[in-house]
Write a protein that binds this ligand. Structure first.
Ligand code: AMP
Length: 420
């Protein structure tokens, strides 16, 4: 900030909850995305990029009017044509919209993955931002528990590829089918109704709109009441219980370690059957790293064909925070030309070296002293120094910056010498 005039400082701040992603973090991001591409390809998932901007209805219709996202967190505005549009707060609704608009129902099961920015007007804190990034994977058009097993296994494989298996744990639950949830909902309304006056204000609203969400409450008073709440498990239909058993069995067969936790509910209305979450103890309050579940009714609810589906999303910032330091980028070669002829030569030499795969720093200007300082600053491992004399004799002076050793090298032996 010290370079910025006081009165400009406010205007130049990034919007609260957004941040610039610089070198070290970007490299971690790239590792997450590279691993995603690699692992998703192993499972036959195709890349899909949907727009960041969708008509507001895409989210309103799918996330439900009662969800926190729709009520409090969306970046919604009217565009110049008078349409209400929203910066996507999650991937699934946009992917489902794309599935319908592009007629992908012909090709089920469709397996796709995406990554990119999302926007939620949440209270920012460590690991929680208003613009953040996710990787997202969905299997559309598969009703079998084997698809749930594949989605969870893909998530586990991805974390493993990033070296995060030891830093995360997997918990799963089943929300049952619509009938189980209806039974459970009634049981919850009856139970929490008895404590209505003791519940937090948010939970009293949830009691009317979506009592399952009360189980998610972080309010201490609510938590005491929640301990005695009826369990969903006792309200599964036979089908729902069979489905959950098949998912657990499949995960055991695929060697993915998990624990069942009845508190994993996933807030959104469109989830059913499997809900799962990988969490970590290393990020404080924002402990969720990767979460997902099954959403059989969503695409039909949006006006598409009946399409059972399952998927997950993971926060790239949180994954990046958990990664070990990335390997340093390859160190460049610095060119230090002396005089106009050498300056000119430096341009073609830089190009030739880059074509040979060496990162090159050209320094752009200044005397030898200034250029050598620049070479050290950009982390170059060697400087190629040359003026008229070297050009005439067809050689360069090569200085190893770690040892300070300097020796002449013939122009045509330079690349080979740099490789040693
Ligand atoms: P969700 O879409 O809410 O199920 O979140 C999926 C994953 O996205 C979470 O497990 C987090 O890793 C990440 N995530 C969700 N909200 C945020 C946020 N506001 N800032 C950063 N990461 C987030």
């Amino acid at each position: 900030m010290k370079y910025i005039r006081e009165e400009m400082a406010k205007d130049l701040r990034a919007v609260r909850g957004t941040h610039d992603i610089l070198d070290g973090e970007i490299r971690r991001f790239d590792r997450v995305i590279d691993a995603t591409r690699r692992v998703c390809a192993l499972y036959g998932f195709e890349p899909l990029a949907t727009p960041i901007l969708e008509f507001t209805d895409v989210f309103k219709r799918t996330l439900g009017d009662a969800s926190d996202i729709v009520n409090k967190e969306m970046y919604t505005f009217e565009d110049r044509g008078g349409d209400s549009v929203t910066l996507r707060p999650e991937f699934t609704a946009g992917v489902a919209r794309a599935f319908i608009t592009n007629g992908l129902a012909q090709r089920v099961p469709v397996k796709v993955y995406s990554h990119g920015p999302l926007f939620r007007y949440e209270r920012p804190q460590k690991g929680r931002y208003r613009q953040f990034h996710q990787i997202n994977a969905e299997i559309l058009g598969a009703a079998e528990p084997a698809a749930d097993v594949e989605a969870v296994t893909l998530g586990a494989h991805l974390l493993d590829a990033l070296g995060l298996t030891g830093k995360t744990k997997l918990e799963i639950n089943s929300l049952g089918n619509a009938e189980s949830r209806e039974r459970y909902r009634a049981a919850l309304v009856a139970y929490f109704g008895k404590y209505k006056n003791d519940l937090s204000e948010d939970s009293r609203v949830r009691l009317e709109k979506n009592p399952l969400r009360i189980l998610d409450s972080k309010d201490e008073g609510d938590r005491k009441i929640i301990v005695g709440a009826p369990s969903l498990e006792d309200h599964y239909t036979e089908d729902a219980a069979r489905f959950f058993a098949a998912v657990r069995d499949g995960l055991e067969a695929s060697g993915v370690a998990f624990a069942v936790n009845a508190r994993i509910v996933r807030g959104l209305d469109y989830y059913c059957h499997t809900a799962f979450e990988f969490t970590t103890d290393l990020l404080g309050a924002q402990n969720a790293v990767l979460g997902g579940g099954r959403y059989d009714g969503l695409i039909e609810q949006m006006g598409g064909p009946k399409t059972p589906a399952v998927g997950f999303a993971a926060g790239i910032e949180r994954l990046a925070l958990l990664l070990e330091d990335a390997a340093a980028p390859t160190r460049p070669v610095a060119l230090v030309p002396i005089g106009p002829a050498a300056e000119r030569k430096a341009v073609s030499l830089a190009r030739a070296l880059r074509e040979d795969g060496f990162p090159v720093d050209l320094g752009f200007g200044g005397n030898v002293g200034k250029r050598m300082k620049r070479a050290a600053k950009c982390g170059a491992f060697a400087a190629v120094i040359f003026g008229d004399r070297e050009l005439e004799s067809g050689s360069y002076s090569l200085k190893r910056l770690d040892t300070g050793a300097e020796s002449p090298v013939a122009a045509d032996a330079l690349t080979e010498e740099l490789r040693t």
